[in-house]
Write a protein that binds this ligand. Structure first.
Ligand code: ATP
Ligand code: MG
Length: 447
């Protein structure tokens, strides 16, 4: 069953239950109200008659006149004497009066509905003055008359309810349609994501929670598209990176096998082959590491580290390259700065950045570590050619390298490791003239 039909069915059922309950209550209330109103009217008429009779009682001609007036008004009444328990006078015939007298207890003053055969009558009693006289005027109206009014009223009420219910159901159809349409449109868009037709996606007009879901679906599709594109470039670049050394190796191997090279050239060829195989091994190791970082983000083993000790280890490993290039290497680290991270991995990340600096620097590389509110900032700067603004984000992608680059994986690995420790890495311009890498990590002192 479609959502719209479900909503409409639920609403209509609810409406019917409410209307039926309201009708039942109103139907029974109407008769009570009509009876009360009828009694009020009878009392008013009765009081008028009683006051008239109190003044005129005694003269027979007046009484006859009064009787004629009653006949004209079509009033049904008894004059009852409480003391004698007898009806003294009535506008109805004696047989009717007797029948009434047999079926009802005239002395029970709180009985408002009287029986006559199968019919019922509403009564109202008014005492004559003085009370001792025991005279009472009892006026009656058939309940049937009131029931006709009740039914007329109810039929009208039913018609109003029917029109109201029809309008409400139409309105509910309109509203649910408005609610459900964006959902159906969203379903179409989600199908496009499933078929990877990201460029055909259209925005859906909606409000409230549906708009939020629509925004999430749209963001998700964009992220998925970005991810798929990056995966694609990764595979293209990776196959290219692997193919180049393999082709060099193949070229030398075939040359040596076919005896094209002389002894010296073959020797050189073998050296190149060994270097290229080492490079291939290096690339493959880095790719495996990156794949591991992607697939096992929880494999990190964070411990509390002293940053000064970490930087000392970086320097120990970088010293051969520093000496080889004759670099002026400076490191300024405050004492007692702690961070929580996987030591081996973070060392690898910082080393990748530092090796880049040494490789690209003209003469100076500087590492500086500062506390930044609740974070620790590690700066790695050099006086090399620096990185152009437009390349600043690209260089962290896999296999993206500049003109003096090697494989283009070092920074991608560094970023993956740092982001796994909830940190960030970015690049800017250094005052030394070259690149400045800024690594921000959560501080271990804040606990
Ligand atoms: N300190 C720097 N100064 C100038 N350019 C840099 C610096 N660090 C990195 N780059 C540029 O960013 C590119 C990407 O660096 P990345 O470390 O990812 O790869 P790589 O150094 O080329 O190879 P490897 O995977 O061996 O590290 C480099 O090729 C280089 O062009
Ligand atoms: Mg590098």
């Amino acid at each position: 069953m479609k959502l719209q039909s479900q909503l409409n069915a639920a609403f209509t059922t609810l409406l019917l239950i409410i209307l039926t309950a309201a009708s039942l209550v109103i139907y029974s209330l109407i008769l009570d109200l009509l009876i009360q109103d009828e009694q009020r009217q009878l009392r008013e008429t009765g009081e008028l008659l009683v006051s008239f009779l109190n003044e005129q009682y005694g003269t027979v001609s007046d009484l006859r006149q009064f009787n004629d007036f009653l006949q004209e008004q079509d009033l049904q009444l008894f004059m009852y004497d409480r003391n004698q328990n007898a009806v003294l006078f009535s506008t109805m015939s004696m047989s009717v009066v007797n029948e009434f007298f047999q079926q009802n207890d005239f002395s029970a003053t709180n009985e408002t509905l009287w029986q006559f055969g199968n019919d019922k009558f509403v009564t109202s009693r008014i005492l004559f003055f003085p009370e001792i006289s025991g005279l009472e005027l009892i006026l009656l109206t058939p309940l049937g008359d009131l029931e006709v009014v009740q039914q007329n009223f109810f039929i009208r009420l039913f018609l109003v309810f029917l029109i109201g219910a029809a309008a409400a159901v139409l309105l509910s159809y309109f509203l649910t349609n408005k609610l459900v349409t964006p959902l159906s449109e969203l379903k179409v868009q989600v199908k496009k994501v499933e078929k990877r037709q990201f460029d055909d996606m259209e925005r859906v007009k909606a409000t409230g929670e549906i708009k939020e879901v629509e925004q999430s679906v749209y963001d998700m599709a964009q992220e998925l598209q970005r991810y798929m594109k990056s995966q694609q470039t990764f595979f293209q670049n990776a196959s290219h990176e692997l193919k180049t050394p393999l082709m060099t190796i193949q070229g030398y191997a075939e040359g040596i096998k076919d005896g094209i090279f002389d002894e010296k050239e073959s020797e050189k060829g073998l050296d190149v082959m060994v270097t290229e195989v080492k490079r291939l091994k290096g690339i493959i190791n880095e790719m495996i590491l990156l794949a591991k970082l992607d697939s096992e983000p929880s494999a990190a083993e964070p411990v509390e580290l002293d940053v000064k000790e970490l930087i000392d280890k970086v320097v120990d490993r970088a010293i051969p390259l520093i000496n080889e290039k004759g670099i002026n290497f400076q490191h300024i680290v405050e004492n007692n700065i702690k961070i929580v991270a996987d030591e081996e991995k973070l060392l690898r990340a910082v080393l990748n950045v530092v090796f880049n600096g040494i490789r690209h620097a003209n003469s100076v590389v500087r590492i500086e570590v500062n506390r930044k509110r609740d974070q620790v900032e590690i700066l790695v700067e050099d006086d090399g050619e620096g990185i152009a603004q437009e390349e600043a984000n690209q260089i962290f992608h896999r296999f993206v390298k500049g003109k003096n680059g090697e494989t283009g994986l070092g920074l991608a690995i560094a970023r993956a490791i740092i982001e796994q420790s909830n940190g960030t890495i970015s690049v800017g311009k250094s005052e030394l003239g070259g690149a400045k890498f800024i690594i921000l990590l959560g501080s271990g002192n804040e606990k």
